[in-house]
Design a protein around this ligand. Structure first.
Ligand code: BES
Ligand code: MN
Ligand code: ZN
Length: 501
């Protein structure tokens, strides 16, 4: 497979635009402050964008593009790409990321190897947030979906990006670069076909991705799972010829308090056929992305460690295929979890909650005090929130609000859902402690209620990314395929520390 992305060299510079040695310069423009930006440009260029605005040829709407030639004299770059931001007050993290991706795509299209971003429009962010997100966005743009063609289409990546700014934000830009690369790496894993990315391969690749300075990685095999009593994870793996794996990453920065540990748990089903409760064939190929949550927590841990955030964190990723082999779990089978709870598996396609049940328990055993899990868990969340918004579930309220705030600042769409006790009624089994598939009503909530049984009594939140992990179509600001949803939200969660001290 050819390289699916390239991380450009990013540098900061405070040179004027005309003196900048780049092939193309990107200039962001807020719809309601266009005159201010034009005022900061040299005369000929200001006239160009001002008249385009007057003609209505460019309106500076969100992610709108207007390409201009630079003045013939005195400029090193040959093109300026104006990118609209909409109203300034709306120019938060998500908007800037999308603007960066959309504008950088134009640069790639025009095969400009050295690009620059003029930091002339502050939007609604402070300098560190803005340069962090811009660097991330530029890296996200330099990505192509991996293909397995014998003669792949040639594609172009830019190699250099200069951030033209007076701010001292070099560290912020490096952080954004790191997160962008982590997200791209996660997207590569998520896009991979199930035959390439088996649990064993995923474990190796994810361990390599996560194992940066300050992080230890350990991969558990089925023997070790059996010793721990992980009957739910092993119960799902039974139907497959590929053995399951459990990845554990531990980030232990010097001096971080030992009594609070962030536990990131991600669903790692490398392919979900549904098992004996087999899914319909139509669209089943999508189920290669059923490990997106697992890839996301690994990418987040990498980025947290690269930023040297002062919080302890562990990532736990259970990995298996869900297949209908001759030894597969049958509907009605009962398995015993590592926590001791027994589960009647009435539907083998509700496998995510099973493997996460054992993984949540294990994260707690490893010392995690504050849990967040990420999973492509239910079709029901797609019914509830569409492909726009990630569902958030959890307890207690301050921890859920902490995640919600992090998502907002990270520029990702997340919305809280209720977990009233009454929803738990549906999980009652006549022959075991729990039933894994309680039926259609409130399907994403009852799935979360199931996880809650394994999350203990401390803070826990669950992010259902079944609708948001995968983009069905390409947008100017988003490649088709894996999105890397929730990686920045997890990084921001860690950055913000733990609520209440
Ligand atoms: N991986 C699926 C959920 C999913 C569905 C993700 C659509 C992305 C798009 C999960 O394992 C699953 O099959 N869930 C079942 C649960 C049901 C049997 C209770 C579902 O949502 O139908
Ligand atoms: Mn399933
Ligand atoms: Zn699944």
């Amino acid at each position: 497979m050819h390289a699916p992305y390239e991380v450009p060299t990013v540098a900061l510079s405070s040179e004027p635009l005309h003196a900048t040695d780049a092939d193309l310069i990107i200039v962001p423009v807020a719809e309601d402050h266009a005159a201010a930006v034009a005022g900061g440009l040299d005369v000929a260029l200001a006239a160009e964008v001002t008249s385009a605005l007057e003609r209505g040829e460019f309106r500076a709407k969100a992610q709108e593009i207007y390409v201009a030639r630079t003045p013939a004299e005195g400029w090193r770059a040959s093109r300026v790409v104006f990118v609209g931001g909409g109203p300034r007050r709306e120019m938060g993290a998500e908007r800037f990321r999308r603007m960066a991706v959309a504008a950088a795509q134009v640069a790639r299209h025009q095969r400009r190897a050295r690009i620059a971003w003029a930091d002339v429009e502050p939007g609604a962010l402070d300098a560190a947030q803005r340069l962090d997100i811009l660097a991330e966005g530029l890296v996200l743009a330099n990505f192509n979906n991996g293909v397995h063609k014998s003669r792949p289409d040639p594609h172009f990546f830019f190699t250099h990006a200069t951030l033209l700014t007076r701010e001292q934000a070099g560290e912020a830009a490096q952080h954004g670069l790191g997160t962008g690369e982590a997200i791209n790496a996660a997207r590569v894993l998520i896009n991979e076909p199930g035959n390439y990315l088996t649990p064993r391969v995923m474990a190796e690749k994810a361990a390599a991705l996560g194992a940066v300075k300050g992080v230890t990685a350990e991969i558990l095999d089925e023997q070790q799972m059996a010793t721990l009593g992980m009957g739910l994870l092993l119960g799902v793996a039974r139907g497959s010829a590929e053995p399951p794996r459990l990845l554990v990453l531990k980030y232990t920065p010097d001096g971080a308090p030992a009594d609070q540990v962030l536990g990131l748990v991600g669903k790692g089903i490398t392919f979900d056929t549904g098992g004996i409760s087999l899914k319909p064939s139509d669209g089943m190929e999508r189920m290669k992305d059923d490990m997106a949550g697992g890839a996301s927590v690994v990418a987040a841990l990498r980025s947290i460690a690269l930023r040297r955030l002062p919080v302890r964190a562990v990532a736990v990723v259970p990995m298996t295929e869900n297949m209908p082999g001759g030894r597969a779990t049958k509907p009605g089978d009962v398995h015993t979890s590592a926590s001791g709870l027994t589960v009647e598996v009435n539907n083998t396609d509700a496998e995510g909650r099973l493997i996460l049940g054992d993984a949540l328990w294990y994260a707690r055993r490893l010392g995690a005090t504050h849990l967040v899990d990420v999973a492509t868990l239910t079709g029901a969340v797609v019914v509830a929130l569409g492909k726009i918004t990630t569902g958030l579930y959890g307890t207690p309220r301050p921890w859920v609000n902490h995640i919600l705030g992090a998502a907002e600042r990270a520029g990702e769409k997340v919305w809280p859902m209720p977990l009233f006790d009454e929803y738990g009624e549906a999980l009652k089994s006549e022959i075991a402690d729990l039933l894994n598939s309680p039926g259609r009503p409130a399907g994403s909530i009852t799935a979360a209620m199931f996880l809650k049984e394994f999350a203990g009594t401390g803070p826990w939140a669950h992010l259902d990314i079944a609708g948001t992990a995968w983009a069905e179509e390409a947008k100017a600001w988003q490649a088709k395929g894996a999105t890397g949803a929730m990686i920045r939200t997890l990084v921001e969660t860690a950055r913000a520390g733990f609520p209440g001290g």
